[in-house]
Design a protein around this ligand. Structure first.
Ligand SMILES: C[S@@+](CC[C@H](N)C(=O)[O-])C[C@H]1O[C@@H](n2cnc3c(N)ncnc32)[C@H](O)[C@@H]1O
Length: 199
């Protein structure tokens, strides 16, 4: 399983946002929706070996995790509104510390970056932090097929978050000589990892 964690620093933790204004009313939820698209979509197919964990840190209840699992996901189409509608449905649930399924393949709970780091660390997963200036994916992809990848949003990753991720032993990986959008990083990463697999 390939796992992606995207930190949405301003992303709404209430379902009270407009599908017509994802950047404004939903706190740059458009970025997270594009990440879902890049993580899951092939042409006429969905990657069933991928999970995305959206960490929503916006108001009014910062600290919610929405998990999308490619094996079970339903009602997901490639447009941003479709992903946003599933996020909205998840946020309508009364999330506690245990996951609740909101629609097929989508779960929500309360949680933080620390929650996710600890869980994956305890599972013995390889942790990889996508950052400008890290080791080139082209020399490291072979060892990362089942890794968990941490990415930031338009704000990036804060110093404190970065310290937590690095202290957990994450490898720093770069996918481009430029600073690029998180969804583009995921697309490049999926492609580089796919190329190391025998089809
Ligand atoms: C739009 S960038 C953030 C831009 C910039 N770091 C900042 O703080 O304003 C979003 C995320 O994409 C990832 N990213 C961007 N360029 C990258 C690169 N060349 N290699 C690996 N990851 C990258 C990082 O995880 C980053 O936090």
């Amino acid at each position: 399983m390939r796992d992606f964690i995207i930190i949405g620093h301003k992303a709404s933790t209430s379902s009270d946002f407009s599908l017509n204004d994802l950047p404004g009313s939903a706190g740059r939820m458009d970025i997270l929706c594009r990440c879902i698209n890049s993580a899951f979509f092939l042409s006429h197919d969905i990657r069933n070996d991928v999970q995305v964990h959206l960490l929503l840190l916006g108001e009014p209840e910062p600290g919610k995790i929405i998990r999308f699992n490619g094996e079970n996901i339903k009602h997901l189409n490639p447009d941003e509104r479709s992903s946003a509608a599933l996020i909205k449905k998840a946020l309508e649930k009364d999330a506690g510390e245990s996951e609740i399924q909101s629609t097929p393949g989508v779960w929500i709970r309360q949680g933080s970056l620390e929650t996710l780091i600890n869980e994956f660390y305890n599972q013995g997963k390889t942790l990889a932090y996508l950052r400008e200036g890290g080791d080139d994916i082209r020399t490291t992809a072979g060892s990362l097929n089942d890794a968990v990848f941490f990415l930031g949003d338009h704000i990036g990753v804060t110093e404190k978050e970065e310290e937590m991720i690095i202290n957990a032993g994450a490898k720093l990986i770069s996918v481009s000589p430029y600073s690029i959008h998180a969804d583009h990083c995921i697309l490049i990463l999926n492609n580089e990892l796919d190329r190391t697999l025998e089809k």
